[in-house]
Design a protein around this ligand. Structure first.
Ligand code: FE2
Length: 436
């Protein structure tokens, strides 16, 4: 089935391990389907039909609930999650104080510390319907402990959640003599994606060189690219144009992602307009992190205070692929958060002013299928016959309702297994007893 097929009806086998009955499927470009049955065998979706006559070992009656492909976390730092307050709290709330605190905290990193926290977070995210994750692993100065831990976690969890690891030089690749080598070593160890942070290199020239080096490494090792790019309110931070230029020259296009790009929100409109034209030529992906961008940016402003989120609506209107990430959960940069992608989409709706019906639906796509494109995982993502049976069930009328209520999935099914189920909390109203 493709999203263009309004009435899905396909079979490739008649025997099922699990049948989901009477669920309404999200058809991204259309709306929601009529209630349908989904048959699952050996972890694969083997039938989608208005009414499957066979029975299965296990059946769930969804009674009209929504069936969605799983949420995708396209940008998180699993090495720093759940460390808020260690060794101290970020009092200024700035990105740069966060980097300083993390520099101290990472001196005490060990494999078990990172693995335990990452596993706890992934489990929390899976319970909330997230089955695909791209995490950054800091590979600067303190060595490759975070990377090694996250690579081990990636391999350990692959039966229930798909994880990509970015080799991310948090302190820059030219700020310490070891960092350049550590970045390449990280790729040799098996990192899936090359990262960078050009706006945090010591000079503009170092920033430009870092982007060129990242592209060269990605080509040498055949990896994706995801650069923390212009995560600052400085309207003169213009590394996005360097990323775009390299994407055009190398033809890497949709294998490249620019994360954050918060300075793009502060560029003058004439420059932003020119840049938008270049972006349309490259097909690079964007990741905005609304929860973190709205809290970290604008800290040096008095009033008016900038929102600090990149031009999400304009990128979307220009057909450029945008996804949303949580970025930080209870760490030196953001002490709140539960890892819920509906919280992220909800904040995106507000801070990007995407409150129109189509815009709200677009924000849902930014935590689902757009992110699959960013992670280059479209071949194993989506509810189609022949694809892995990884999906979630939401007690919501539609995508708009799911974002409005930020509801916990009733069921999370990964590769054909029900790995989490949530019963909605029930609140008893005693007002009548008091004559209210
Ligand atoms: Fe980040």
């Amino acid at each position: 089935m493709t999203s263009q097929s309004p009435i899905p009806h396909q079979f490739i086998t008649s025997q099922y391990d699990l049948i989901l009955r009477r669920g309404k499927l999200i058809l991204f470009d259309i709306g929601e389907s009529e209630p349908l049955d989904i048959g699952i065998k050996d972890g694969i979706i083997t039938a989608i039909s208005p009414n499957l006559s066979e029975s299965a070992h296990q059946e769930l009656d969804l009674a009209g609930k929504l069936i969605s492909p799983p949420f995708i976390e396209s940008h998180i730092h699993l090495d720093s999650v759940l460390t808020a307050g260690e060794p101290r709290w970020n009092q200024s709330g700035t990105l740069f104080e966060g980097i300083e605190i993390w520099r101290d905290r990472k001196l005490t990193l060990n494999l078990d510390d990172v693995k335990n926290r990452a596993l706890r977070m992934l489990q929390e995210q899976a319970k909330q319907g997230i089955l695909f994750v791209r995490t950054h692993a800091d590979v600067s100065a303190a060595g490759l402990i975070a990377l090694q831990a996250l690579l081990e976690v990636r391999d350990r969890v692959r039966d229930w959640i798909s994880v990509q690891v970015v080799a991310f030089p948090q302190d820059g690749i030219y700020s310490h003599p070891d960092n350049l080598n550590l970045l390449e070593q990280a790729l040799e160890m098996g990192a899936d994606v090359v990262g960078g942070i050009p706006h945090y290199e010591l000079t503009r020239e170092d920033g430009v060189n870092s982007v060129k080096h990242i592209f060269a490494l990605a080509q040498k090792y055949h990896r994706l690219i995801d650069i923390h790019c212009d995560e600052i309110d400085d309207d003169q931070s213009r590394f996005l144009e360097v990323v775009v230029a390299e994407a055009i020259k190398t033809g890497m296009g949709n294998k490249v992602t620019a994360s954050h790009t918060t300075a793009f929100a502060s560029y003058n409109n004439a420059y932003a307009y020119k840049l938008m034209g270049f972006l349309k030529r490259t097909q690079i992906n964007f990741i905005a992190n609304p929860l973190i961008n709205i809290t970290l940016q604008g800290r040096t402003d008095t009033y008016p205070k900038r929102r600090g989120v990149t031009r999400v609506k304009e990128l979307w209107q220009n057909g450029i692929n945008v996804s949303f990430g949580h970025d930080c959960v209870q760490d030196p940069w953001y002490s709140l958060g539960t890892g819920n992608m509906l919280d992220v989409a909800h904040m995106g709706v507000h801070v990007c002013q995407m409150t129109g019906r189509d815009e709200v639906n677009a924000c849902y796509e930014m935590v689902t299928r757009n992110a699959a494109k960013t992670l280059d995982m479209e071949d194993k993502y989506g509810i189609e016959v022949g694809k892995p049976a990884s999906l979630i069930v939401l007690a919501a009328r539609d995508r708009y309702d799911a974002i409005r209520t930020r509801i916990q999935p009733s069921y999370v099914i990964s590769q054909g297994k029900i790995i989490a189920a949530t019963t909605p909390a029930e609140t008893k109203w005693y007002g009548e007893d008091y004559g209210f």
